[in-house]
Design a protein. Structure first.
Length: 199
């Protein structure tokens, strides 16, 4: 039986040559050791790599304002990136013709679903933290659910022999229009309590 590290490296190699999505074939594939600790009991899933962040750095939720917000929230509960695993429902940055970030299509989300499923199997976390509705919805392709972010935010939900903990995304837009930073800090405190209770 191969080690988890070898299996993960094989998955990374497979992702790097993926050409399933026409508009993203030439984009950086954001899956590597930069994603974090493959033995973590907590995995964060965001929507897609950001144009100014992970698309440039190769590190999810890093290098732009969203990454700064994520680090701030992690630090607020005393967590560090090297102790968790971070990935995206879509592993490449989807862009509009004007080069701004775009929402991935249902087809693109489906194209990446097998990679997300394999990542979840390999990391095998106790808690899956989804960041935003697109990440939460992407899990339906792995194991169907009817959860809606607005009604289940910051709640522990059994799913596929794990616990889901849906949160809002921490992009500037999401903070301004959906859930402010103070509320998101409270959500991260609840997440920390949940992890402590399971440990």
């Amino acid at each position: 039986m191969e080690s988890k590290e070898i299996e993960f490296n094989k998955l990374v190699a497979k992702v790097k040559i993926c050409e399933r999505c026409v508009r993203m074939c030439h984009r950086k594939k954001v899956l590597s050791n930069e994603n974090g600790n493959i033995n973590s009991k907590v995995i964060f899933i965001a929507e897609a790599p950001g144009r100014l962040g992970a698309e440039k750095t190769g590190k999810p939720l890093f290098g732009d304002k969203t990454g700064e917000n994520f680090d701030y929230l992690l630090n607020s509960i005393g967590w560090r990136r090297e102790n968790i695993f971070i990935t995206n429902a879509i592993l490449c940055n989807p862009q509009k013709l004007n080069c701004s970030n775009s929402t991935p299509s249902d087809e693109e989300t489906g194209n990446c679903s097998s990679y997300l499923k394999k990542t979840l199997e390999l990391v095998n976390p106790d808690i899956i933290v989804t960041l935003g509705k697109h990440a939460l919805n992407a899990l339906k392709l792995i194991q169907p659910h009817k959860f809606i972010l607005k009604t289940c935010v910051a709640k522990k939900i059994p799913w596929n022999d794990k616990y889901l903990f849906p949160l809002y995304h921490m992009s500037p837009k999401a903070i301004n229009f959906h859930r402010n930073m103070n509320k998101q800090k409270e959500d991260f405190i609840e997440l920390s309590k949940l992890v402590d209770s399971l440990n």
